[in-house]
Ligand binder design. Structure first.
Ligand SMILES: Cc1cc2nc3c(=O)[nH]c(=O)nc-3n(C[C@H](O)[C@H](O)[C@H](O)COP(=O)(O)OP(=O)(O)OC[C@H]3O[C@@H](n4cnc5c(N)ncnc54)[C@H](O)[C@@H]3O)c2cc1C
Length: 578
């Protein structure tokens, strides 16, 4: 909690950011009791925070709370110039403590493409299976129901660290979604397990939940059996403000070993890493710290008076992200989450019930979605005359549909009455790329974030087709006595132009930004890290977080970060023979 409790100023490794990726590295490196690790985390503790622990309360953890960096993006041209919030976890566990708990790995194509992009076969789907299983501990759902037919047991790990499970409380839409996969099976087939390599189709959502409570990198990788290791130190409220480099004689390569941080945004403290500094500050703060430390585009650095240590224009470029549009429907049921959220007495009693039981019992044990699916545009879609297919391959999607038993529309307050189902349409293979940069040397100012949402004709085409697919899905007879009608904001959108206008007016991100410190082949003239995730042109500096992932996967991004970090920990151990 306080810098005064630090046992010293020198460690083997200093990890910047106790988030999803950072805590994996902290855990794995300290398996060797001779190796000392300090994690510097800017944010606060996750312990005892009800909104973090209880899965269904995830939408209350961000935005604009004490657990969020509270960023907004620059005006988005693709979103009619709007500037949505862009949440990021400001808390131990990082975004794994504040996310919506969906556990999706991505497709085999995604990882095979990462291997191709980086020239390192270690990143292929097959070669990562060992690391996928080291991360995952698949456990029974909270209600212990029979899960036969809901997942493929052969595709999972049972002895990893991070808990994954299936939904643990039935919702009124589950069986109707499944019925629709039978009724409209050629367009919306059932997929037994979207985590087995081929994502296509609709299936049960797997979630990072244990016994009905959130499993984050803080509760798992820094869990009780690890956090007390004498060689592992975690300091909260410690925001790193700069990395300092020295040059060894006769070499032009800067060596990063000194890390400067502030406590509660006050003071300057320096710690030293004898072996390496690991940057795990996430897709926005990692490039921000590189730039503040003199690694980035020389022109940008010079304009701010920052001395250029490594001129690398790739820093902060190449961001890819998933734009999301919500389509809510008014439904004929009182058993939706709206009934809980809109009624203070019921809300309090569900929380009391959750607290009184373990494994926890009641509708709060699941995240916002129990089923979701990944779908492709038809091969003969007109857009392919203008754009080559950007999807990762035949087992990969262009868009995702997410089914939620509630009204949910990021940036819009819920109506005070009525019960809803929301189908989210998510653009999974965007062509647009965004950027992150800085416009000040003040380390406490927010970086300039431009995800470029719906930034190309291809992306808006996919968005419109995905919304139309959501509507076809909801027109199946399985919904005839359930859906009353589309929620007012999109009830009158029928033409493609009207749907496009709706997407631009209400669209958002689903907060999956990656690629801002992308991996590229060793020796390439572009990219920020080599395939072993060491920073190009530097000594003593490696990046392990979402920023190194070259292209956003067919997935919500936490599993990919865990998988990258598991392999990275072995790469670090091998490099230092520890
Ligand atoms: C609201 C929300 C919902 C999401 N839903 C899902 C979902 O359902 N499923 C899914 O798979 N993915 C989801 N994601 C995305 C996923 O959680 C992230 O992609 C992933 O967790 C990112 O991991 P990371 O290690 O790159 O960064 P983070 O986990 O964000 O870790 C970065 C850490 O570094 C710290 N830090 C930053 N700067 C500094 C500094 N200067 N000094 C010290 N510490 C610093 C941060 O406080 C944070 O703890 C969601 C994200 C958000 C925000």
């Amino acid at each position: 909690e306080s810098v005064s409790q630090l046992p010293g100023w020198t460690y083997d490794f200093v990890i910047v950011g106790g988030g999803t990726g950072g805590n994996v590295i902290a855990n794995r490196l300290t398996e060797n009791s001779d190796v000392s690790v300090l994690v510097l985390e800017a944010g606060v503790s996750d312990r005892g925070v009800q909104d973090i622990e209880i899965p269904l309360l995830a939408p209350f953890v961000t935005p604009n709370t004490a657990y969020d960096w509270n960023y907004t993006v620059v005006p988005q041209q693709g979103l009619d110039g709007r500037q949505p919030n862009y949440p990021r976890g400001y808390v131990l566990g990082g975004s794994s403590s504040v996310n919506y708990l969906t556990y999706t790995r991505g497709s085999s194509d995604d990882y095979n493409r990462y291997a191709e992009i980086s020239g390192d076969s270690g990143w292929t789907w097959d070669n990562l299976q060992y690391y996928i299983r080291r991360n995952e501990r698949f456990t029974p759902p909270a209600d212990g129901h029979n899960t036969t037919g809901q997942y493929d047991p052969a595709a999972h790990g049972y002895s990893g660290i991070n808990s994954v499970t299936l939904p643990g409380y039935p919702t009124p839409i589950d069986q109707r979604v499944l019925k629709t996969t039978q009724e409209l099976s050629s367009e919306f087939p059932f997929n037994l397990d979207m985590n087995a390599g081929d994502v296509l189709g609709i299936g049960w959502t797997q979630e990072t939940i244990l016994g009905g409570a959130r499993s984050s990198s803080a509760t798992s990788y820094l869990g009780p059996q690890y956090i007390n290791r004498p060689n592992l130190h975690v300091l909260l409220h410690a925001q790193v403000t700069k990395l300092f480099a020295s040059k060894t004689e006769g070499s032009n390569v800067p060596s990063f070993h000194t890390v400067q941080f502030a406590e509660n945004r006050q003071g300057n403290f320096n710690v030293t890493a004898n072996k390496e500094v690991i940057l795990s500050a996430g897709s926005f703060n990692t490039p921000q710290l590189l730039l503040l430390s003199g690694v980035g585009n020389k022109t940008v650095l010079e304009s701010l008076g920052i001395e250029t240590l490594i001129n690398n224009p790739s820093v902060g470029q190449n961001m890819s992200d998933h734009p999301l549009i919500a389509s809510p429907f008014l439904v004929n049921s009182t058993q939706t989450s709206d009934s809980i959220f809109d009624n203070a007495t019921l809300f309090a009693s569900e929380i009391a019930q959750w607290n009184a039981t373990y494994p926890h019992e009641d509708p709060l044990v699941d995240g916002l979605t129990t089923l979701l699916g990944w779908l492709r545009l038809p091969d003969n879609s007109s857009i392919f005359q203008k754009y080559p297919d950007p999807s990762a391959g035949p087992h990969s999607s262009h868009y995702e549909l997410i089914f939620s038993n509630a009204f949910a529309m990021p940036g819009s307050p819920s109506p005070s009455t009525g019960n809803y189902m929301t189908i989210f349409s998510n653009v999974i293979s965007p062509v647009a790329r965004g950027t992150v940069t800085i416009n000040t040397t003040n380390p406490f100012a927010q970086p300039v974030i431009d995800p470029n949402l719906l930034g190309t004709d291809f992306d808006i085409y996919v968005a419109v087709e995905a919304i139309k697919a959501a509507r076809r899905f909801a027109n199946a007879s399985a919904w005839a006595d359930y859906i009353i009608g589309p929620y007012e904001a999109w009830a009158n959108t029928t033409t493609d132009a009207e749907i496009e206008a709706y997407a631009r007016r209400t669209g958002n991100s689903v907060w999956h930004a990656v690629g801002t410190a992308t991996m590229s082949p060793k020796g390439a003239s572009w990219g920020v890290v080599d395939p072993d995730l060491t920073v190009k042109g530097a000594n003593g500096l490696r990046i392990v977080d979402a920023s190194v992932i070259p292209i956003v996967p067919n997935a919500h991004t936490q599993a990919a970060v865990y998988i990258f970090a598991e392999r990275a920990s072995d790469l670090i151990k091998a490099a230092w023979k520890i």
